[in-house]
Design a binder for this molecule. Structure first.
Ligand code: FEO
Length: 389
């Protein structure tokens, strides 16, 4: 794909990775992704903001074929999906200087073996003139690495945000426009990448209130031509508010745990709680992460295997612990044969969640009537807690 026009002076470059299905050997990409680089041409100088994943190096180099000179390459973030083409670009453009935060400089030198003399650290708020266009750098650590920064193109009021406000969404669109699905793709992206950093993101959002922003140009997914849409969505996601939703990741070996989960689902629905059950044998972890963004409760369903939780349930607990959603309540339901170890193991696997642990329901073998009544009590407690939020 050739470079695509954003404005007269800004061109969208980089690669659309339509068919990639896994990121970081961890995150499913049901809709592919893109690695956006932006060429900004001032009257005197030219800058490239971000580069692309090594998988699309040739595409980016081809798009830049007509460019005789690039003065600055801005590296907002050192992760290789945005910085991976830097070594080739520094060979092709020997006059180019890489601009990054001080921390970003160190990471680029270590991760990509860039010559330190080719990388210049820029301060928060520092500006660089391209002639009739000006770049202002805004340090924004922890979206989602510690070295990250944003760039504001003053004259065009475009904020370039790299991962921040991005979406893993391969599309031929340049702008989001009327594609409402992008908000959902961005929520999934937030859940998988940004959710552990809610507090720093809240601070960055507050800082952005001082900027007049016409467009937000991330380095994954299309450009937000109505920036308020994604800024408001982020404000909601990072806020402390939770919804009347219970997420239930579960796995069942012989049907007993799923009987408990079915009963829990039925009772929660009867009490007016929205329920999102996820059978872990067929669950896309991105869908599970997305459901956890604003759910008030997580209940993990797991049988006991060899004295502990089922490994798939342990994985769900470990995922929740790593992503640190704003969940308020957690519990466990499950069946065991001779050792009731799953509940303790699962709760201990989520120390980062600041939750009230509600009494688990652990059953030996198939649930009996009094076991199902214990599930009913758990559902009533969850509904009562949600009602008090
Ligand atoms: Fe898209 Fe953190 O890299």
């Amino acid at each position: 794909m050739q470079g695509r026009v954003v404005t007269e002076r800004v061109t969208l470059m980089g690669g659309v990775d339509w068919h990639r299905r896994l990121f970081d050997a961890l995150i499913p990409l049901p809709e592919g992704t893109s690695y956006n680089a932006y060429l900004v041409k001032g009257s005197e100088k030219t800058a490239l903001l971000d580069t692309a994943d090594p998988a699309t190096t040739d595409e980016l180099l081809q798009q830049l074929e007509a460019e005789q000179r690039i003065d600055y390459i801005v590296a907002h973030h050192a992760e290789q999906d945005h910085s991976g083409t830097l070594p080739e670009l520094l060979v092709r453009y020997p006059e180019a200087t890489v601009l990054a935060t001080e921390k970003g400089k160190g990471m680029l030198v270590d991760l990509l073996h860039l010559p330190p003399e080719r990388v210049e650290a820029v301060a928060d708020g520092e500006q660089r003139s391209l002639g009739d266009r000006t770049l202002t750098f805004i340090h924004a650590p922890w979206v989602h690495w510690p070295e990250t920064m944003l760039t504001y193109l003053d004259e065009e009021r475009i904020l370039f945000t790299c991962d921040f406000f991005g979406s893993h969404y391969a599309t031929s669109r340049v702008m989001v426009g009327d594609d409402a699905h992008v908000v959902s793709a961005a929520k999934r992206y937030y859940a998988e990448i940004m959710m552990p950093f809610r507090k720093p993101i809240e601070r960055h959002l507050a800082r952005l209130e001082d900027l007049d922003i016409a467009m937000i140009a991330p380095s994954h997914g299309p450009i937000w031509d109505r920036p308020d849409v994604i800024i408001e969505a982020y404000r909601d996601w990072v806020s402390g508010a939770v919804k009347n939703v219970a997420v239930i990741p579960f796995i069942s070996m012989h049907g007993s745990t799923s009987e408990l989960v079915d009963r829990l689902v039925t009772e929660l629905v009867r009490h007016g709680v929205t329920v999102r059950p996820f059978d872990l044998t067929v669950t896309d972890i991105g869908d599970l992460a997305m459901a956890m963004v604003d759910a008030a409760t997580i209940v993990i369903g797991s049988p006991t295997v060899l004295g502990g939780a089922h490994p798939q349930a342990a994985y769900a607990a470990s995922l929740a612990n790593a992503l640190r959603p704003k969940t308020r309540f957690a519990s466990v339901v499950g069946s065991y044969g001779w050792a009731a170890g799953s509940a303790r193991a699962l709760v201990e696997a989520m120390p980062a969640l600041r939750v009230e642990v509600l009494d688990p329901v652990l059953v030996r073998g198939r649930p009996r009537a009094d076991d199902l009544e214990a599930v009913d009590r758990l559902a009533a407690t969850i509904a009562q807690r949600h009602g008090a939020l």
